[in-house]
Design a protein around this ligand. Sequence first.
Ligand code: UD1
Length: 340
Amino acid sequence: MILVTGGLGFIGSHTVVALQENGYDVVIVDDLSNSSIDVIDGIEASSGIRPLFEEMNLQNSIALSSLFQKHKIKGIIHFAAFKAVGESIQKPVAYYQNNLGSLLNLLAEVEKATSPIPFIFSSSCTVYGEAKELPITENTPIQSAKSPYGNTKQIGEEILSDTVHAIDGFRVISLRYFNPIGAHSSIAIGELPLGRPQNLVPIITQTAAGIFPELTVFGNDYPTADGTNIRDYIHVMDLAEAHVVALERVLEGKSNDAYEVFNLGTGKGSSVLEVIQSFERISGKKLSYKIGARREGDVIAAYADTTKANNILGWKTKRSLDEAVASAWEWEKKAMKFLK
Ligand code: UD1
């Protein structure tokens, strides 16, 4: 049984489906603080299998202990965390408490287990900040975090790399995600931001759906080819499949080191305007947008060097930006019908 924390969230739900498609049994733990219970139906519609589900906040160590007694957990994929950069600046205590408290409670269960339980951690390319070199390799220096959210990812990684030395045989992989977008081909699960979305692609699709009158491009005076920020947008199913490969690596004891880190991106940078153009191309719709001021805290450019993930993890992306944007748009159109 694989424990997927935050398994009803965007990346979590897609990873659950990828795990099921590869024959794994999954138990999801989620506190529904930023997800909907209906996602379970979407997972079942995508994979044909209804996952086990326990509604629980991971800070409840007593409930978590009983979960580990009830299920024979062979591996843990830990997604559950608060993830809004701006909100984390307003609520640092809540972010540190939730993101680090949850991780520590899980590690306390790993410590108690008769044999160490392999662990996959959701990290982020945000740890690199404004990288001095592009593309970003795993050896690109980490910079001091610009937000409590980013700091919880950095500290989480440090906690894990310390813990592998203390628990004999404990294997951990931290996966540093670039920008995940898109939806499973079933269009039964997708990105479901509660409240106003913060990320580019859901804002594009919701603007096209008429929920917002127009999109603001945050700055076109950056030192890039078209003046807008560059990011590495990766199809969420490519990202989900990387988790299956990483899990197999730790389960089968194939890691080179007890603690390993991989960047997960496509290796290709796209500007904000290129993503808008991709949307216009795949949807045949003109998007209403204007150029606005820079958003505080945005880095100019971030895209992955995929060499380590390709050669050592043995994983490659299969899907293009247009495919990812098209699936996000299909998902949005389905949500529109549902709302009517
Ligand atoms: C950032 C972090 C990522 C983190 C995520 C959490 C970096 C490089 N990335 O993603 O690790 O997990 O926050 O949310 O630090 N944009 C607009 N108009 C909009 C919305 C976005 O122009 O209305 C632009 C942004 O300026 C940015 C790009 O779109 O250039 C992507 O933004 P977003 O989707 O929010 O992701 P990041 O900020 O890259």
